[in-house]
Design a protein around this ligand. Structure first.
Ligand code: PEP
Ligand code: MG
Length: 827
């Protein structure tokens, strides 16, 4: 303590999801102190860059800030409040909690006035009162003149109804999104399933929301009270129209083959590939004394153990989330959001706490409560929702590990892993040097473990039944993750047969990979560029290894999502430059930000839209936020001085938008003008733009057709909506005619690329080539296969087949035509 700091001075703690935000708020507050000293402690973020709050570090910060004058804690939103409440239970000195006030004040304004008051010697009650009224100055300043009509007071309760549009209903991930949004609002929100009568349940509790069993088409009533009641209802209704931001990847159906669908019982395919090897089980070593069976201590001490175990499990899950984002992508990593949401479910934690008694300790209370939640989820009528009980089991197990001091289950030697089930965190952590395949007694192809295994290329069969758990370690098994075959102690002939199949598949893959570094030319000598679509620097490295001739599309959104502020020019330039470096000097097409109503950014005010796919998306939003666009283009120009870069704009509808975007590019480039070699292109994703392609041609060096969006707009079939998935086929002649039109008008003037999923569809490749497409941009893993497919083409013949395709009625007819014309050649 310094000389200027009084013994009675109140200490402050800033709790925020973002360490950067908390530090910046402290700097601002200290500015107001003019050198006077004050204890301000920060408990923010899980590390420098990972967003989150953690009860253990908040309790440590409170202890550091504590003194005779006590502590006032300021929090940002959502789970910060719950973490701060839990932190009070962790204080070493139980009397300390009486000296702590959790303040409902806004974090920045509240901290500034609280700091001034505390440094001036105000008491804890005075500091807390100052903080609470922190917005009064601002409100008075912005208040309407007294002569103006006084607005109607907002109703105390708001009600609204939404229809669940998610293909799999309100399952764990969309429900977690709903819950996390509700937790940021100052409102008490209850949900009721009007279709079944289930509920009401508190919307801030994931464990309860899941029990609504709301499947696609069900109507859900939102009833909110409190200061932000109306916002809460409006926000949830809008989120529902956006399917709670569930992406196409999240809902990609797992399609078992007709044979699999007929098979009753027995192992099921969950992740393709063949694995042959000895059975390996997971083992977990107890560390230290037996924690599971020890007699319970005082309920307060047992509760403390639970809070610490929950905090430790949260940190583990955050780590798995970060690693998964890095390795396989943000969409798969969102699986962990539901787990984090469960761990900050105040209702559920309160129930656990209630169960603690002289006879029931931490392990008993936790196990009993979570088993009840799991049973409730497992009893839901919808099979997809039912399977999410596995998420509850996973979370329960992870906290139990921390509670009992057991180490996580590990695989210790290489082979085929056999387990009852795997948690998503275990699947994300499997050592690819040891595991060749996985057999699960339980599980399903739609489980989160299966989704992660597919993303990591690990062959998996699921639902193999409890008997597999009795297999002796070292027993040889053969699995085929594409068919669900599982053979125990296979005969030498069978092993030889599978080895042969695995060899053939590996040989084909290796052959395609070996040739992938060569340019791909058709049989009749037409060269094609086969480029890669990237969403991270890691994708760039994978694309280079896979033989990509360049990056045909860098989805730069990954840099902008999941953060509280926009990336700076320097940050962006560093990442673009890393990508260009990873691509080893090949041309890289950087697409400007393509977010909008369907993918909102917290730092961009966006209008509420009933039809976000028809709203402020892509270039429309960027032109509304020119500073953001200018910064992004400045970063791209900076990198273009050192690497071959293309700039590409998404979702253009009129040439006017392109002219404006080019003006911003010129401003961003600065007085030196556009870097040499920088090419400018546009995506063609809107049917109107395809039909008037000529109006765009004077302003571009290339065009890239985004068949994902072009198809959804041409077919009026929302991408990712399972109910219209059959319509959403880029091989529909209506879509092909748009592509044909673009290719004909561009012919001889500029190159046409395709960067939607159609570019890696083996039946679409001959048609696109026949229509005159020059470049196919596909996922990095698909590059060798697409290059191999190109080498089988005879473009003149493809042109004849494509011309016929344009005259057909629908995509099924086109697919039949291509199969008849090229048969096995397309595979
Ligand atoms: C497309 O629409 O085809 C495309 C490649 O863009 P995105 O999938 O990123 O919308
Ligand atoms: Mg698109």
């Amino acid at each position: 303590m310094t000389a200027t700091e009084s013994a009675q001075q109140v200490g402050l703690v800033v709790v925020s999801h973002s360490r950067a935000l908390a530090r910046a708020a402290v700097v601002l507050a200290e500015e107001m102190l003019h050198g006077r000293s004050l204890r301000i402690e920060v408990a923010a973020g899980l590390d420098e860059t990972t967003l989150g709050t953690d009860a253990v570090s908040i309790s440590a910060a409170i202890e550091r800030a504590d003194g005779p004058g006590g502590v006032v804690v300021l929090m940002d939103l959502g789970s910060a409040l719950l973490s701060a409440e839990l932190a009070l239970d962790l204080l070493n000195d139980p009397t300390a909690r009486d000296r702590v006030t959790l303040s409902a004040a806004p974090i920045v304004e509240g901290l500034v006035v609280a700091a001034v008051a505390a440094a001036g010697g105000a008491s804890r009650a005075e500091v807390a009162a100052e903080a609470r009224d922190a917005l009064m100055g601002k409100a008075a300043h912005l208040a309407e003149p007294a002569t103006e009509v006084v607005p109607e007071p907002r109703p105390a309760e708001s009600i609204g109804v939404f229809t669940v549009e998610n293909p799999h209903g309100l399952h764990a991930r969309p429900a977690a999104r709903l819950v996390s949004e509700v937790r940021t609002l100052d409102a008490n929100v209850q949900l009721r399933n009007l279709t079944t009568g289930a509920g009401p349940v508190p919307a801030a509790s994931l464990s309860r929301v899941a029990t609504l069993a709301a499947v696609r088409g069900h109507q859900v009533e939102v009833r909110a009270s409190g200061p932000q009641a109306q916002e809460a209802v409006e926000h949830l209704l809008t989120l529902a129209t956006r399917r709670f931001d569930e992406t196409d990847d999240d809902v990609t159906p797992v399609r078992p083959s007709p044979i699999d669908r007929r098979r009753a019982g027995g192992p099921l395919p969950a992740s393709p590939g063949i694995a042959i090897g000895p059975v390996r089980m997971l083992t977990s070593a107890p560390s230290g004394p037996d924690q599971e069976n020890r007699p319970p201590a005082e309920p307060a001490a047992e509760w403390r153990r639970i809070v610490e175990a929950v905090a430790s499990a949260r940190r583990e899950i955050e780590r798995a989330r970060v690693a998964t984002t890095r390795e396989v992508g943000a969409s798969q990593a969102s699986i962990f959001d539901a787990h984090l949401s469960l761990l900050s479910d105040a209702e559920m934690l309160a129930d656990v706490k209630k169960r603690l008694s002289g006879d029931t300790g931490a392990v008993g209370a936790w196990t009993a409560c979570l088993a009840e939640v799991e049973a409730e989820w497992a009893g839901l009528p919808d099979p997809y929702l039912r399977e999410r009980a596995a998420d509850v089991r996973a979370v329960a197990e992870q906290v139990l590990l921390a509670l009992t001091g057991r180490t996580a289950r590990r695989m210790c030697a290489s082979g085929v892993l056999v387990a009852e089930d795997l948690t998503p965190a275990e699947t994300a952590g499997l050592d690819l040097d040891l595991v060749t395949g996985v057999v699960l007694a339980q599980g399903s192809a739609t489980s989160h473990a299966a989704i992660l295994a597919r993303a990591r290329d690990i062959p998996v069969v699921v639902s193999a039944g409890p008997d597999v758990l009795d297999l002796v370690e070292g027993t040889t098994v053969v699995i085929d993750g594409s068919t669900g075959a599982l053979h125990v102690d296979p005969s030498p002939d069978l092993v030889a047969d599978y080895q042969q199949r695995a060899r053939e598949a590996a040989y084909r893959d290796a052959e395609q990979l070996a040739l992938a570094q060569q340019p791909a030319a058709s049989r009749d000598g037409r060269e094609f560029t086969v480029a890669a679509n990237l969403g991270s620097v890691a994708d760039g490295r994978a694309a280079l290894l896979a033989g990509a001739d360049g990056a045909g599309l860098v989805r730069t959104e990954f840099l902008f999502l999941d953060r509280v502020d926009a990336p700076t020019v320097e940050e962006q330039a560093a990442v673009y430059s890393d990508i260009a470096e990873a691509m080893g000097g090949r041309r890289v097409t950087l697409r400007t930000l393509d977010v909008g109503g369907d993918k909102p950014l917290p730092y961009l005010p966006m209008p509420v839209e009933a039809n976000p796919f028809l709203g402020q998306r892509g270039i429309r939003l960027s032109l509304e936020h020119r500073d953001l666009l200018r910064d992004q283009l400045a970063a791209m120009c900076e990198v273009a001085h050192r690497f071959p870069i293309d700039v590409m704009f998404p979702m253009l509808t009129t040439p006017g938008e392109l002219i404006e975007a080019r003006q911003v590019l010129t401003e961003a480039a600065g007085p030196g003008g556009l870097p040499d070699g920088l090419r400018v292109g546009t995506m063609i994703e809107v049917p109107a733009a395809a039909l008037k392609i000529e109006a765009f041609l004077p302003y571009v060096d290339f065009v890239s057709i985004g068949t994902n969006d072009l198809t959804q707009y041409a077919m009026a079939a929302e991408r990712g909506n399972g109910a219209v998935a059959a319509l959403s086929d880029p091989l529909d002649p209506g879509v092909l005619r748009l592509i044909d039109h673009v290719c004909r008008r561009a012919d001889g003037r500029i190159d046409v690329a395709v960067c939607g999923e159609a570019a890696s569809d083996e039946l679409a490749v001959p048609v696109l080539a026949g229509l005159g497409v020059h470049e196919l941009s596909v996922s990095p893993a698909a590059v060798p296969r697409v290059k191999a497919a190109v080498r089988l083409l005879d473009v003149a013949r493809c042109a004849a087949v494509a011309a016929q395709a344009l005259e057909l009625a629908d995509a099924d007819d086109v697919r039949k035509l291509v199969l008849d014309a090229f048969g096995q050649d397309t595979r």
